[in-house]
Design a protein around this ligand. Structure first.
Ligand code: AMP
Length: 548
């Protein structure tokens, strides 16, 4: 097993095998059966082209052999920054076939994040698009490679420059190695199949090892809860490598059932409506911010959306009004709330839960052996119906972040329950209701921003004496970042100057503060700590007054 991965205890693993949760197969073996079974069916539609399961199998075989020839090896971590294009799918399965470990990065990540992922994982390769908007990835990844002793392969989707390998060539060139090379690769199903990224609360991101065993189970089990069948058609516009679009049930879950996935890089409502109409899409995955944009688009009446059955929303709390309005506008649809995390544990409301339960709750766990505790500050279970910290364990929930044993000792109970930092209560229906969180992050349209990470960067600004970043409410994104700053004597700072300073620190754009509050001192709690609660109340009050 890869060093740095925290294994499930042997007796727990034995239970998962005995109950059939874990099949002890690699994802490559699992999907080999899928590709054979559905060979002629369409699996992916991208930019007007259709790809069958058989084609994805053959192309990913080809790519896997060319990657082996290039020098990639089993267990090599590979940072992926591709957008929602079919080449991601070819690459994902090619990496599975050689037992390499994709790191689910975003194309919005920049030098700071990418170099952290490479350093923590000792990644040997980065795969990235040539450009996005006016940003060219090549020079950024070249710098990461120059600073890293492990990063050997820079693989670009688009025109390749000096020292880069072309992903399209690796996909298309006939392989030199025989197909039998792939059969020789032995993959331990208890090793990571992917590193997801934690929606971190600490300055440095954490890698979440999801094993072959648990990741396959995760997708197979989530699919029926969402009504996925061989006739289902998913429209995928959320970032493709994220846990929900990839695996909950995501591409993996639709593939296990022989369904179809339509990829799109556009989240413009009219583009999405056109795809739903054209391909008779049955399922859509959203974060609330996206659904709010869709239902407020004037174009919604111009398209036939009657094929849509399920809109699955997760990543952030959804207001019941959004669900009700969606149902009015698209009567064929059930909006299905999902509470999930890249660390594992998944809650879904059942499609046949009574309407009030669907409106109010975020669902319940999907495996009979998912264990949920709601704990108070002292680590005791709260009485039924009261709010406590969601602390959980199960056959597809991690036992530790990669390579951070000290952090893990705090984040997990001695018997392996993961402390999520989310606050919940049990609803009389047996489902759960999200009541907030105690972790220090900002949830911007489903993307998580670690307050500490941004604070550390802002503290480097010469005018700043102290800073606290808090979540301010936003009607569309749910939350946005507000930086509350105490300046050094005689200094001045404007939001524009602050964001330019942070852009210079090369971080993902979604992490930039969108409001700056200059203060003389911070409110403190009874323990003398900065009271972020009071800061949130202050900013929320100001926003309300400004709205008037
Ligand atoms: P991620 O790993 O990026 O998917 O983030 C997981 C976190 O997102 C959870 O720990 C929650 O804080 C938050 N989250 C996910 N789904 C929901 C939901 N339905 N309602 C409220 N918060 C959610």
């Amino acid at each position: 097993m890869l060093q740095g991965v925290v294994p499930f205890p042997p007796e727990y693993a034995a239970m998962c095998r005995e109950k059939g949760y874990w099949q002890d197969q690699s994802l490559a073996q699992e999907f080999d059966a899928v590709f054979k079974q559905h060979r002629r069916r369409v699996a992916i539609i991208d930019r007007g082209h259709q790809y069958t399961y058989g084609e994805i199998d053959e192309i990913s075989d080809n790519l896997a052999l060319n990657l082996l020839e290039l020098g990639l090896k089993p267990l090599d971590p590979v940072v992926l920054q591709l957008p929602n294009v079919v080449e991601f799918v070819f690459l994902y399965f090619a990496l599975q076939k050689i037992g390499a470990i994709p790191i689910a990065a975003l194309s919005t990540h920049r030098h700071t994040e990418v170099s952290q992922f490479v350093a923590i994982s000792k990644a040997t390769a980065c795969v990235y698009p040539e450009s996005q908007g006016d940003f060219a990835f090549g020079p950024m990844v070249k710098r990461v490679a120059d600073e890293s002793p492990t990063l050997k392969f820079r693989i670009v989707l688009g025109k390749s420059g000096g020292g880069e390998h072309s992903l399209m060539d690796l996909i298309a060139n006939p392989p030199i190695l025989p197909r039998s090379q792939l059969d020789k690769i032995k993959i331990d199903p208890t090793d990571p199949a992917i590193f997801q990224l934690s929606g971190g609360t600490t300055g440095v991101p954490k890698l979440i090892p999801r094993t072959h065993n648990d990741y396959a189970y995760n997708s197979k089990t989530a699919a029926p809860v969402c009504g996925v069948t061989g006739e289902s058609v998913l429209l995928l516009v959320l970032p493709i490598a994220h846990n929900l679009p990839l695996a909950c049930p995501g591409i993996q879950g639709y593939f296990f059932n022989g369904g179809k996935v339509v990829l799109s890089t556009s989240t413009k409502p009219e583009d999405m409506f056109a795809l739903i109409q054209q391909y008779r899409v049955t399922h859509l995955k959203v974060v609330p911010a996206l659904l709010i944009r869709l239902i407020n688009s004037p174009a919604i009446g111009d398209f036939d959306l009657s094929s849509l059955k399920v809109i699955q929303s997760g990543g952030q709390r959804m207001q019941p009004e959004v669900r009700l309005r969606t149902k009015q506008l698209i009567p064929s649809v059930t909006v299905q709330e999902n509470f999930g995390m890249s660390e594992g544990m998944l809650f879904f409301v059942a499609l046949d839960d009574p309407e009030d339960v669907r409106l109010e709750t975020c669902g319940r766990p999907i495996c009979p052996d998912d264990e949920v505790l709601l704990l108070d500050e002292e680590g005791r279970e709260v009485p039924k119906g009261e709010t406590g910290e969601l602390t959980c364990r199960g056959p597809y929930t991690l036992r530790g972040y990669f390579g951070v044993s000290e952090y893990n000792a705090r984040q997990f109970t001695p018997d392996g329950f993961y402390r999520t930092g989310d606050l919940m209560r049990l609803h009389p229906s047996g489902n759960y209701v999200v009541e907030g969180r105690k972790k220090d992050l900002i949830n911007r349209g489903g993307e998580k921003i670690s307050a500490e990470e941004i604070e550390n960067l802002i503290l480097m600004h010469p005018s700043v004496q102290n800073v606290a970043c808090v979540a301010m409410p936003d009607p569309n994104m749910g939350e946005k970042t507000c930086a509350c700053v105490i300046l050094r004597t005689g200094q001045q700072l404007a939001l524009k100057e602050l964001t330019e300073f942070l852009i210079g620190r090369e971080i993902a754009k979604f992490k930039l503060p969108e409001r700056l509050e200059l203060l003389n001192e911070f409110p403190v709690s009874t323990f003398g700590k900065v009271s972020k609660k009071a800061l949130v109340e202050m900013v929320t009050g100001k926003l309300a007054a400004e709205a008037k």
